[in-house]
Design a protein around this ligand. Sequence first.
Ligand code: HEM
Length: 288
Amino acid sequence: MPHAQPAFPPALRDSAPETGASPNLAFEGTTPYEDYVRAEILTNLQKPISDDPGEMVFLVTTQVMELWFTVIVHEWETAARALREDDLPVALAALKRSTYELTSLNASWEPLAHLTPAQFNAFRSALGEASGFQSATYRRLEFLLGEKSAAMLVPYRNAPGVHARLEGALNAPSLYDEALGWLARRGHAIPAAVLERDPSERYAPVQEVEDVWQAVYAGDQGSEECRLGEALTEVAELVWRWRNDHLVATRRAMGAKVGSGGSAGVAWLEKRAGKHVFPELWTARSNV
Ligand code: HEM
């Protein structure tokens, strides 16, 4: 990250002339690094609520995942906007970045993937009713994937800012809606009912859309359509992996107990983890 050369006396530099210039040590205010990264704020947000030493990594992993969710929402919003503007290179670049980010997100399971029930129990009761189910940014992510649900806004009815943002995402076309719109403008036979659908409704698979993807995949493997299809498939697979890694970590940590958010726990997660986003991209493959 670039920063201006401050005018400090040589005594305030950790000089090692034989190895070239060394980093500046003195700044007029906070460091430019702090101004940019806000590390003081970020590293003061870890407040464990139990005495268990194992809780810290649970909290930090959850916060790290929230940060990745935030970046990925940003990428998919960029990709959706670019598709709307028929700018495929920008859309593909954002989707590509998001696949690297999803891979990092998924790798963050490692510290929680091996919790025994006793280790999890050591701080679990302190969590009360808190559950990842209440993550508003995860819900935005799902909405961008086409998994819309007005009911998912209910937990935020007393948080007007969060509620308004999520409501905006509910009513906006999803990334997949924008991809289908782009295909239609390229001359593919996406039905009008799909293009004009209520974007606040959960996306449900449509035969004609499957037929379009099937034709795309049967054709030129280097076509722009095929590249978009593969970029979306990569995203869908990595989302599926996150859900399944979450499911297995949960099964290891708490077996079939009910969730802190009030669900049946593993049985409920299993149903959600079994689904594939962008459904026709998966079903079309059977006929190519
Ligand atoms: C071993 C640690 C974890 C366990 C045992 C666990 C358990 C659960 C359970 C049982 C649910 C179902 C809802 C409920 O009744 O609470 C759930 C949902 C969820 N959890 Fe976790 N969780 C863990 C770690 C995490 C982490 C680190 C995140 C990151 C933010 C997270 C994000 C979510 C999300 C987004 C949902 C909602 C999923 C959906 O709506 O399909 N979980 N979790």
